[in-house]
Design a protein around this ligand. Structure first.
Ligand code: FES
Ligand code: FES
Length: 152
């Protein structure tokens, strides 16, 4: 049994210490908004924020995040910055198929929590390892600027 702090609440999960966080979220905690893409830390679909830092849950064992604040897409609207990001995503109609977008929004929220006025270069550096097969990159960048404008 392991206790994880998920979106501000402690959850006791009956999982092995080395289970990837992504499986614990999806298959045990029933938080299925976080997606499986590559399973190798290469695509960003599985991104959640751990202590505010974007983290690839597919390669992070649950034992590594015990006692840490884990935020997932399900609660991003409860974060002041996350809510602004979510609204900007809707306003600019960023999403195409949607598969990558949980990870994109979590990465954008982490970026704007640490930098309220990112440049294009800052955005590219923060987001470049979140892959979008639908190539929504232009709208993602515009939505991050839109959200930043609401935060400054
Ligand atoms: S599924 Fe984790 S980075 Fe691709
Ligand atoms: S919106 Fe389809 S993969 Fe990004």
């Amino acid at each position: 049994m392991i206790t994880l702090n998920l979106n501000g609440k402690d959850h006791e999960l009956d999982v092995a210490d080395d289970m990837p966080l992504l499986w614990a979220l999806r298959d045990v905690a029933n938080l299925t908004g976080t997606k499986y893409g590559c399973g190798m830390a290469l695509c960003g679909a599985c991104t959640v924020n751990v202590e505010g830092q974007p983290t690839r849950s597919c390669v992070t064992p649950v034992s590594a995040v015990v006692g840490k604040r884990i935020s997932t897409i399900e609660a991003v609207g409860e974060d002041a910055v996350g809510k602004v990001v979510q609204d900007a995503w809707r306003q600019l109609d960023v999403v195409q198929c949607g598969y990558c977008q949980s990870g994109q929004i979590m990465a954008a929220t982490a970026l704007l929590n640490s930098n309220k006025a990112p440049s294009d270069a800052d955005i590219d550096a923060a987001m470049s390892s979140n892959i979008c097969r639908c190539a929504t990159y232009v709208r993602i960048r515009a939505a991050i600027h839109e959200a930043a404008g609401k935060l400054t």
